[in-house]
Design a protein. Structure first.
Length: 191
């Protein structure tokens, strides 16, 4: 849970502001539990990450370059080096796994888009042949050639749409997980 800085006393505010100024990304925690899902009782090494944490991290990382430092500001009285090591490993593992999964999915979808475009080109050539043979009188009707032309255009443009536009939507996710997988995670005490 985030603590509003306005309700803290002056020395604590000063200490937190100094830590925030030093850090590239700072997130204030009450406990380590704030990073994880409330509905997952497993230990830190296996636990699912909180959607609130992921949304907040996504917002904060969006405009950052590589070499991110993620500072978790946590009360000194609840700090535990063993838990911090487990949490750091869990976060790194999660972000690396998600980055790998998204890259594999991205590649798979792009291969499908290229195959779809190749299929469209082949069907387009078949349509051109059917229509030209129909015009020469070798085939009585060129309806099949027209249907093949429609399928060809649809396949080519759908594949191009996938390659040029839909991949942009996934690029933001790929960038987020790449940056977070390489982020330096630091726990900083306050109070």
């Amino acid at each position: 849970m985030l603590i509003p800085i306005q309700i803290m006393d002056a020395p604590v505010k000063s200490e937190i502001k100094q830590a925030i100024d030093k850090a590239e990304i700072s997130i204030i925690l009450d406990t380590y539990e704030d990073i994880f899902s409330d509905f997952d009782p497993r230990p830190y090494s296996e636990r699912a990450l909180s959607e609130d944490f992921l949304i907040e991290a996504r917002k904060r990382v969006r405009d950052k370059k590589m070499g991110i430092e993620l500072h978790f500001l946590i009360p000194g009285k609840v700090r535990d080096a063993t838990s911090e090591a487990l949490i750091t490993n869990r976060l790194k593992d999660h972000f690396k796994r998600q980055h790998r999964r998204i890259n594999e999915e991205f590649s798979r979808k792009n291969r499908f888009a290229i195959a779809l475009m190749a299929f469209g080109l082949i069907v387009g050539l078949a349509a051109a042949l059917l229509i030209s043979f129909a015009n020469l009188g070798m085939i009585g009707d060129n309806t099949v050639g027209i249907v093949f032309t429609i399928v060809s255009w649809y396949s080519i443009w759908t594949g191009l749409d996938r390659l040029l536009f839909k991949s942009r939507d996934e690029t933001a996710d790929r960038e987020f997980f790449r940056k977070m997988a390489n982020a330096k995670i630091i726990f900083t005490p306050y109070w």
